[in-house]
Design a protein around this ligand. Sequence first.
Ligand SMILES: [Zn+2]
Length: 325
Amino acid sequence: MMSVASRVDVDTMFQPVSQCWICGGTVLTPFHEYRFDYHEYAKQDPELDAYTGRTGRLVRCRACGFAQPDALPTLPRFFERMYDQRWSADWIVREFESGDKDFIFQAILRELDRRVPGRPRRLLDIGAHAGRFLHLARKEGWDVEGVELNPRTAAYAASRTGATVHQANAHTLAGAGARFHAIALTDVLEHVPDPVALVASAARTLVVGGSIAVKVPCGRSQWHKERLLARLVPSREISLAGNLVHVNHFTPRSLTLALERAGFAKVDVGAAAPELPCGGSAVRRAPSNLFRLGVYAVARLPGGVRTPLALNLQAYATLSLGNVR
Ligand SMILES: [Zn+2]
């Protein structure tokens, strides 16, 4: 009787996902098991913490190579509750002032500048976090707005940059109509179930012919990297989907398909620029950052995006006239 009861319990906590979110494929092969640990939310959100100790599996679609969870939690607003981190004011300031991602942000701004040279030009940053990218984009002559789910970082980004930062999700903003010439989703799309729906909503804020920039981890390369590290450091656990922080695991092909399904054309996917940490000792930092730049340089060679050296993917695409709006 006990085992039946606990199975019913698990079944009500999860809803199976039986089709690939990108291509609709139904041949999904499990390849990795992960464990939930939300004990940090024990006081703030006991219902979320009830998932601690549960496990889930990542499955890979045979048709397009995309990987996703085989089931999603049924708890209402699960992901919003998970991202309701009560970060300290000091931490948010450090996130804004850290230049760790500036090399990535500058690469994106250079490409968007090439695509949208005219003025005035309007840019929407989806997942604006503490507002660093908004700040840099404004210096490059963009009129900027942001979307950020977390109330604390959204408020900070708005006050620090003076930009409008909508404390909402991109679906909410889609109703406001098409007015941006470019949108950026940097380290965002891997976090949201059903990513094509999110990109399609984002597309509704974009003028026809406008550009999108999407950066995500490359699921397959991260899997190779994690397995290599686990072999080198036996105590290290493979970390791919812990706590469902990353729900989407893209390949170059499945990222292209996701953008096309959302109405984009001329999709270009390459290796993304690496994060270059600025803090700590310069002596320790320099070799590590040089290594990152070396891997990036090789991953940018022809065909490099399909090798495990492309740890992150950077896609650009143009909203096509054929998009059903
Ligand atoms: Zn698929």
